[in-house]
Every structure is written in structure tokens, then in C-alpha cells.
Write a protein that binds this ligand. Structure first.
Ligand code: 6SD
Length: 248
């Protein structure tokens, strides 16, 4: 996968791309990420990337010319051009899966009050939002997207087992984790985890994941892949809940 990022703050990416999963994936050649300074695509002495909004109002707007030129310089016929913006389609794990099969991604990071609408209309294939909150630019959103997508690329995550476990638990919150010591400040690790009974451990973890999801994010249960046993356990948790039919 090749990713080209266009930003007025290219240095914001240096450190996040140099640690952990993103660093490893880049070193392994699984992903090739290049960050481009939008100002390199200006032609005036001041390297202007913004201007006043037509119609008045507060703040500045990113002017279209540098963005058009940047995308035209970087795009390949098969490139998918994404604008990070609060107006976009919500970026979820399902969208991350979609993105993971794209070969050429161009990520456009907005700043100021946003980009001239003609960019959204003409050069952008889709707008994506990482969530319903406001941040002041697309850079951090682009990094969130890359962390989520790059870990799905073949050869990035370690064992195929962890992928399998992931897909089983997909759509549920994680079960609680413990490590040594077995007792800490009077707090014990649940006995089942010390028992060595792997079937019991598996069952306990599944039920913990279900209970947490039920209590904290009941909305997730609507699309989570649930077994008959899962549904029975949830019914036991609260006799009232009715879950929609499972989709295979
Ligand atoms: C002006 C931006 C770009 C401003 C954003 C994205 C999400 N989910 N919240 N906020 C955002 C992106 C805000 O440039």
C-alpha cells in the first residue's frame, strides 16, 4: 500500500510514524508513506494556502489551487483521495477493512475553517470523519486512520491466531486483562485465570466481553456476531433484552 499525505504541517507526522506498528510496517515495506507539504504546491512568495471566505464570517479557508495541484501531482489512475473532515462518512472498523484493500491512498488534511468546497466536489473521492467531535485539523485524524488500516495489512500483525481471536471478538469490547502479581494491594486476579483450565478461561473471557459490551456499549450488540450461547448469557444478564436476528 502506498499512502501520500498532504498537509500544511508535515512535521506533525514524523514522530507518530516512527514508533510501534507504523514504524515496523514501513520498515517491512508493507506500506510506503510519504508526507507532502502543501506549501510546496504554491507559487507565490508567501506560499499562501488560505484566504478569506466569500460571504464573510470568521476564519480562513484553504484555497483550492495548491490542493488541486498537489493531488494532480501525486495521484495515480487508481488513487483513492480522502479528505478528513467532520462532514465525512463515519470511519469505523468496517471502513478500515475497506481501506485496507486500496493500493493507493491520498489523505488530504484540512486546517482553518476547512477547504474550498470545489476540492470536495472535484478532487476528493470521499470525506471521512473519525468521530463526532471537533479537532482543529485533519492531521491527527489521518494518523488515526492509518493506525487502523495499516494494522490490517497482511504481514503487519504477528500471528494469524491473534487475527482469528480478533474476528471472533470483533464488534465486542475486550475482556479484562491481568498480569502478575496475582495479588496486588489486596486486589486478587480472578481465580479462573490462575486455574489452568483453558476452556473455563475462554468461557469467562467471552462472558466478560459480553457483559462489558452490554453495560457500556449496548449499541455494539446489534451488529456483533453472537452465538446461541452468547444470546442465552445475555438473556440471563437482563431478561428484558431482545436482540435482532443474527446475520451470518
Ligand atoms: C479544518 C479539519 C479537518 C477540521 C475533524 C475531523 C473530525 N472527525 N473531527 N474534526 C476535522 C478535520 C476538523 O480541518
Amino acid at each position: 500500500m502506498r499512502v501520500d499525505i498532504i498537509s500544511i504541517f508535515p512535521d506533525m507526522f514524523t514522530s507518530p510514524l516512527s514508533y510501534g506498528l507504523l514504524k515496523r510496517a514501513r520498515e517491512a515495506g508493507v506500506v510506503n508513506i510519504s508526507v507532502h507539504d502543501l506549501r510546496a504546491f504554491t507559487h507565490d512568495k508567501h506560499r499562501t494556502v488560505d484566504d478569506y471566505p466569500f460571504g464573510g464570517g470568521p476564519g480562513m479557508v484553504m484555497k483550492p489551487e495548491p490542493v488541486f495541484e498537489a493531488v494532480e501531482a501525486l495521484r495515480r489512475p487508481e488513487s483513492h483521495v480522502v479528505l478528513l473532515s467532520p462532514q465525512g462518512r463515519l470511519f469505523t472498523q468496517a471502513v478500515a477493512q475497506e481501506m485496507a484493500s486500496i493500493e493507493n491512498l491520498i489523505l488530504l488534511c484540512g486546517r482553518y475553517e476547512g477547504v474550498d468546497e470545489r476540492v470536495a466536489l472535484q478532487v476528493v473521492d470521499e470525506e471521512l470523519s473519525i468521530g463526532d467531535y471537533v479537532i482543529s485539523g485533519g492531521e491527527v485524524a489521518a494518523l488515526v486512520l492509518m493506525e487502523a488500516v495499516v494494522r490490517l495489512l497482511p504481514g503487519v500483525l504477528g500471528s494469524p491466531l491473534s487475527l482469528e481471536e480478533d474476528s471472533l471478538g470483533w464488534g465486542l469490547l475486550e475482556y479484562p486483562q491481568y498480569t502478575r502479581p496475582a495479588e496486588f494491594r489486596g486486589l486478587d486476579v480472578p481465580q479462573v485465570l490462575l486455574s489452568g483450565d483453558h476452556a473455563q478461561v475462554r468461557l469467562w473471557r467471552r462472558e466478560q466481553a459480553l457483559e462489558r459490551t452490554y453495560k457500556r456499549r449496548p449499541d455494539l450488540l446489534e451488529s456483533a456476531p453472537l452465538t446461541a450461547d452468547d444470546r442465552q448469557f445475555l438473556k440471563k444478564l437482563e431478561g428484558a433484552v431482545t436482540l435482532p436476528a443474527r446475520e451470518e
